[in-house]
Write a protein that binds this ligand. Structure first.
Ligand SMILES: [Mg+2]
Length: 163
């Protein structure tokens, strides 16, 4: 298992069930926003996401949003879906994950990072020795850096789905 390999790969965040999380032994989730919960330019979550967040919280999991995007984008979004957040988290570096973990009310036994990017969400989780769930990006982002990262991700994703 390399630093770019997630623990689990799924299509959408709503595919993550309480049973899966229990089987992974985790009790806390650090959640990405853009292309995971909502389109990068939109404050409205994807269909089913609000119900999924409610289900996961009701099932006893601690959830904190951890995004590299700015406060002005992430704070109002997090409030609207009823979650605490860390913005500008600098994934894949551990600073934001550590800040997010402090926002969990109880000390977690084990944390899983959920997101759509290998070079931020998965790499960050592995560097922090946490588990990860990689999702498929839901919308097309424009710009050179995301284009390059997606291109670099294609080979890794292909390997994952061969398993
Ligand atoms: Mg994302």
């Amino acid at each position: 298992m390399g630093l770019l390999t997630p623990t689990v790969a799924l299509k959408n965040v709503t595919d993550i069930t309480p049973e899966l999380l229990k089987s992974m032994g985790v009790d806390a989730i650090l959640l990405d926003v853009d292309n995971t919960l909502a389109p990068p330019t939109d404050q409205t979550p994807y269909e089913g996401v609000q119900d999924w967040i409610n289900l996961i919280k009701q099932s006893g999991f601690a959830v904190v949003i951890c995004s590299n995007n700015f406060n002005a984008r992430i704070t109002p979004f997090s409030q609207s879906v009823g979650l605490d957040c860390v913005a500008m988290s600098l994934k894949p570096f551990p600073f934001g994950f550590n800040r997010a973990k402090k926002k969990l009310h109880e000390k977690p036994k084990a944390v899983v990072v959920v997101g759509d990017q290998i070079y931020t969400d998965v790499l960050g989780a592995n560097l922090a020795r946490m588990q990860s769930i990689l999702l498929e990006p839901r919308s097309d982002e424009k710009g050179f850096s995301i284009w390059l990262r997606r291109k670099m991700e294609i080979r890794i994703r292909k390997k994952l789905y061969q398993k």
